[in-house]
Ligand binder design. Structure first.
Ligand code: WTA
Length: 635
């Protein structure tokens, strides 16, 4: 029996039980069934959660691009690997076959080598959703360089931090990017970031928008001429199972983003396995995930998971509302998309628009729908189910994190019965548990607690780049011997999980993870600001929006408040990016603090949620009188 592709609920339970009873045999059989190894592993798993350590397939050797590309050449060489759908629907779609992908990745890899990039070097990729983004990632992996993709909506400051933290030697960018009817000056942002990033020796520039840009002589090179003269074949670098594949930054509860480091073999095996099952991918299918490759969803489920399975995956450069709100459905019809994977925030935004945007298009190709990134509310789930899925297309509500690499809890379509808003059951090999406030595991159902995982899985991050202590402190210290996710969840009587949201200082806005601390740091840099605190509040499209409470210095008090609000949001845009802008800014004379000086965010959150009737005990506050003032002036 192949365990790799689960076809019934009974089989799921059988496979799941086996994966718990004998995890090493379970993963070994999966690894044997589907991949190309240059050398077999000596040991499947070694782990010690008290040191935040796990290794998978130790001793094995492989290259992930051989698994993503080369091995498909004899059987799928002329099959489309990537469908590139440009921002502008008038521009020609590109179909890139596995054979062409092979050649383009090889040429790019040779350019990297020519520019001095070697195994283990870090390369920062700051590109829009164009084929070169996928190709440059694979080119890095082919020669063993570690890619650090930074979402091209981040600001120069955020980019600079992410370049310096892991000391990238090279940046790959473009002259600009198209987003809807806007053109963004990406190269200008890179130039700004590199004003203080001495580690970067070379910048490769893809021509996309034909904007006028500055080229810094000796540092910046147009990519195309280099590709044109590059050799069309490039041998793989044989990598060890635990060699780093990539670093991807995610927000944390302190100012510094966390560079989550993922390694090669376990990540590949787990992404391939989950892709096959979550999307029930069949050979002729066209799969589309609307995420940006700059996030973990894009790494695992636009690129690596689909390609390892020899799939056809769509790469969309644009936005859902350009040229109008029918764009997603136009693309589904045009490419006869079979699996469609998006974020709840996009569904909510689309559901607000006129139904005619959907009805114009034929969506009958759709077989499986998916969502990821934040809890999906019931209304959005039903709209997705009724209007897009026509009531007969299963929806996978998939829970995962940058840290987990792959999808952890999700229905398997046609196998797991779904319930709106429930991510349902863990994948084989995943052992979730719920913990109470006292640090005890809650056994039995129903249960409500903090979501942890008590056993390693192959695609888990191995560390935070350069700071293992922080990795341990953040994820493995709250509960002994458990990986703590930062999420709350409940488990119903049948064992189904529903993720209820973050229980820490991370707020998810439009599916983007935002730590409160870096935003507060940005606000506090404004010369008129003394102190600030950020909380989330419910928003009907974004899921959550940001509410800032700001204390002004004496010098700021006489200033026009609307202007100050604009300046604060401008500062946030510069330091982090427009995604972190505040929807509401309330100026206040103080913030509720405990006697040890900690801001009581619980109270601020309730006020932002307009739930002021039950604020709980405020008598232990250092300054209880400030609470009344904040309530009276709440926005
Ligand atoms: C949230 C995004 C509810 C969760 C892929 C997690 C979800 C955080 C779901 C990770 C889901 C992701 N239901 N919440 N199906 N999927 N989340 O690292 O809070 O950007 O901890 O990865 O997104 O965000 P990250």
């Amino acid at each position: 029996m192949s365990q790799y592709h689960i076809k019934s609920l009974e089989e799921y339970f059988q496979v799941y039980r086996k994966s718990i009873r004998d995890p090493e045999t379970f993963w070994e059989e999966i690894a044997e069934e589907n991949f190309i190894w240059r050398k077999r592993w000596d040991k499947v798993l070694d782990w010690n959660f008290s040191n935040a350590e796990a290794t998978w397939f130790q001793g094995a050797q492989l290259n992930i691009t051989e698994n993503c590309i080369d091995r498909h050449l004899p059987t799928r060489g002329n099959k489309t690997a990537l469908i590139f759908e440009p921002n502008n629907p008038e521009e020609k779609t590109q179909h890139i076959t596995y054979k062409q992908l092979h050649q383009r990745v090889c040429q790019f890899a040779n350019v990297l080598k020519e520019k001095g990039i070697k195994r283990g070097d870090r390369v920062c990729i700051y590109l829009p959703m164009i084929p070169e983004l996928a190709i440059s990632i694979l080119a890095c992996a082919r020669i063993g360089a570690i890619h650090n993709v930074v979402f091209a909506g981040f600001s120069a400051t955020a980019l600079q931090t992410r370049i310096n933290d892991c000391e990238c030697k090279m940046v790959i960018t473009s002259d600009g990017s198209f987003r809807g009817n806007k053109t963004i000056d990406l190269k200008g942002i890179v130039d700004e970031a590199l004003k203080n990033a001495p580690c970067v020796e070379t910048v490769l520039v893809v021509q996309r928008t034909h904007s006028k840009i500055e080229m810094n002589e000796g540092r910046d090179f147009w990519l195309q001429p280099l590709l044109d003269s590059a050799y069309k074949d490039c041998a793989i670098e044989v990598m060890d199972a635990e060699d780093p594949l990539f670093i991807l930054y995610t927000s944390g509860s302190t100012g510094m983003p966390k560079g989550m480091m993922h390694t090669t073999a376990g990540y590949m095996v787990y992404c391939a396995y989950t892709f096959k099952n979550v999307f029930q991918y069949r050979e002729e299918d066209v799969y589309w995930c609307t995420a940006d490759i700059g996030w973990i969803t894009g790494h695992s489920y636009i690129l690596y998971g689909p390609l390892v399975n020899g799939a056809t995956t769509v790469l969309f450069e644009g936005v859902p509302n350009y040229p109008d709100w029918g764009r997603f459905w136009q693309i589904v019809e045009k490419h006869k998309v079979n699996q469609f994977y998006t974020a709840p925030t996009a569904i909510r935004a689309l559901a607000k628009e006129n139904l005619s945007f959907v009805e114009k298009y034929n969506l009958s190709s759709l077989k499986v729908l998916g969502t990821v990134g934040e809890p999906i509310n019931e209304e959005a789930w039903h709209w997705y189910d009724d209007i897009i899925g026509k009531g007969n297309t299963p929806i996978g509500d998939t829970w995962r994190q940058t840290e987990t690499g792959g999808i952890m809890i999700s229905p398997i379509p046609f196998v797991t019965p779904t319930i709106p808003t429930f991510a349902t059951l863990p994948f084989p090999g995943i052992q979730p548990c719920l913990m109470d406030e006292k640090g005890e595991e809650i056994n039995g159902n129903p249960a409500n607690g903090r979501l942890c995982v008590k056993f390693p899985w192959p695609s888990m991050a191995r560390t935070i780049w350069g700071n293992h202590q922080r990795y341990k402190d953040t994820y493995f210290s709250t509960f002994e011997n458990k990986y703590f996710t930062g999420d709350g969840a409940l488990r119903d009587n049948t064992g189904y999980y529903r993720i209820t949201g973050r229980v820490d200082d991370v707020i998810i806005v439009s599916g983007h993870n935002l730590g409160t601390a870096p935003i507060e740091d940005a606000i506090n840099e404004h010369p008129a600001v003394a102190e600030s605190a950020i909380v989330g509040f419910p928003h009907d499209v974004k899921g959550n929006a940001l509410y800032g409470y700001v204390i002004l210095k004496e010098t700021g008090e006489s200033r026009n408040h609307d202007n100050l609000r604009k300046e604060i949001n401008q500062l946030i845009t510069e330091k982090i990016g427009p995604i972190a802008k505040l929807d509401k800014i309330q100026f206040t004379s103080g913030l509720p603090k405990t006697r040890s000086g900690k801001i009581m965010r619980r109270i601020l959150r309730k006020i932002a949620h307009k739930e002021t009737s039950n604020l709980g005990d405020t008598s232990t506050l250092l300054n209880p009188e400030v609470v009344q003032e904040i309530i009276e002036n709440a926005l």
